[in-house]
Design a protein around this ligand. Structure first.
Ligand SMILES: [Zn+2]
Length: 454
């Protein structure tokens, strides 16, 4: 008969195994989406810009998380300007059918990089392509779809036991850009969110992933090189100082923020400044990682919903027809688009659909994923409502959609509130219901995701 003392270490081993099985599994992957040939560049309207060199590679990056219930969720970040509804639908269907990831467990964020290629129909009213440029855009888009498939599959294949931790850093790069538009804009305030939320993924001593965010347009650069702007430089910097780790950048509510000052025209100096902004952001992340971070427990409960954001009345058909012939370039394309909508749909839609996702990590962290170019007020508002230190409010998920003003920004007017709407194909500005509709949906989803299943 074996001595009973042998049972003690056996039991201890069994308990350790049970604990690690009850925790997280995480997987990380990255896929290179740097174009090999010159391609039309995204982000700035007006003239079509073709890339002429690569400053550094651009990427899709994925973090897959499996919680103790076995549910798998994936967030994919990208050095792209944004995604369209068409792209979201295709990527989400692929993630569901091929990789078993339900829509509400897939978050697709774009850094809003303005030094990346145009894809599919994102901001399509901005551009007028030659057939060769359109073909280059379509070839590149096909490759991006393939890489979304590859990066999601690779992150899931990489799932392994892991520990998550969270904290905030700070970085003083974002400035409210509405103040920088000449004398009439000086009445606007300098509302910014300079928090740098950081979620780390470790397996034992090994740092495998750094998911970090910031609320600021990736518009430090405006030349003809392919690069990830300040966010690309920050990711490079972090992957250099933490070899083997994947650094993923999440764009938060940077709709009305720019990295300022910016340099235009002097490319070498502009690139050095963008790299410096990236180093500042990376240092904010490193200081968060270097301090005592809070462990983040599961499960990961998710909620997804949608609300309708009503639009003001558009321009009547007769007026569109009268004015269109006198217009050129993008304004002409916008008017022709609205005329077509009258002819095919009976008129431009009177609202847009606005999806929101909430991921609730145990009791420790609430990740709110808003759609479109959300202004900073939403980040500040939802952090005040749901916890400054344990709420992460990201924007630029799903469809790039439009600028999404708060009631304040809508009433102040200007590009992010009013005049930017036509570029996205919408008939007019949002009505004053915009902020209350989004707030009601967010509050409802935070409650849903925070309520354990019966
Ligand atoms: Zn923008």
């Amino acid at each position: 008969m074996k001595s009973p003392r042998f049972l003690v270490p056996l039991l201890a081993i069994w308990q350790i195994a049970a604990v690690s099985q009850a925790g997280w599994e995480a997987g990380l992957a990255k896929a290179d989406i740097t174009p090999g040939d010159p391609v039309p560049l995204a982000g700035y309207g007006g003239k079509t810009r073709l890339s002429d060199r690569v400053e550094h590679a651009i990427w899709l990056k994925a973090l897959a998380l499996r919680d103790e219930t076995g549910a798998t969720s994936v967030i994919v970040t990208s050095d792209l300007v944004g995604l369209s509804d068409k792209m979201i639908a295709r990527i989400a269907a692929m993630a569901r059918d091929k990789h078993g990831i339900p829509r509400e467990r897939l978050i697709l964020n774009a850094s809003h990089n303005h030094s990346c290629p145009v894809t599919e129909d994102v901001l399509w009213l901005y551009y007028e392509f030659t057939p060769e440029e359109a073909a280059a855009k379509d070839r590149y888009t096909a490759r991006v779809y393939e890489q979304y498939d590859a990066v999601i599959g690779a992150a899931i294949a990489d799932l392994a036991p892991a520990e998550l931790a969270y904290d905030l850093g700070l970085a003083g790069v974002a400035v409210n850009r509405r103040r920088a538009r000449g004398p009439e804009s000086r009445a606007f305030g300098n509302q910014v969110d300079q928090d740098v939320p950081v979620l780390t993924v470790r397996s034992g001593d090994r740092l495998r992933g750094i998911l970090f965010g910031y609320s600021c347009h990736t518009t430090a650069l405006g030349g003809l090189s392919i690069n990830g702007d300040y966010a690309g430089f920050a990711q490079l910097e972090l992957e250099k100082s933490h070899p083997g780790a994947v650094a993923l950048f999440v764009q938060n509510c940077g709709g009305d923020a720019n990295p300022l000052p910016r340099i235009r025209g002097r490319d070498a100096e502009a690139t050095e400044l963008a790299a410096m902004y990236g180093r500042i952001l990376a240092e904010g992340v490193r200081q968060a990682i270097g301090a005592q971070m809070r462990p983040i427990a599961g499960p990961l409960r998710v909620a997804m919903g949608s609300t309708e954001l009503p639009l003001e009345e558009g321009i009547p058909l007769e007026e569109l027809k009268r004015r269109a012939p006198n217009l050129t370039g993008m304004p002409r394309r916008e008017f022709e688009h609205f005329i077509r909508q009258y002819e095919t749909l009976g008129g431009p839609p009177d609202h847009v659909d606005y999806p929101v996702q909430v991921w609730q990590f145990g009791k420790d962290l609430t990740f709110i994923a808003l759609t479109g170019e959300t202004v900073v007020d939403y980040s500040l508002k939802f952090k005040a409502a749901h916890g400054w230190n344990d709420t992460w409010v990201s924007g630029y998920n799903n469809d790039l959609l439009s600028y999404v003003p708060s009631l304040r920004v809508l009433r102040e007017g200007g590009y992010e509130g009013v005049t930017g709407m036509f570029e996205y194909g919408h008939r007019a500005q949002y009505t004053e219901a915009v902020e209350e509709r989004i707030t009601a949906l967010v509050d409802e989803l935070v409650k849903q995701a925070g309520t354990p299943a019966p």
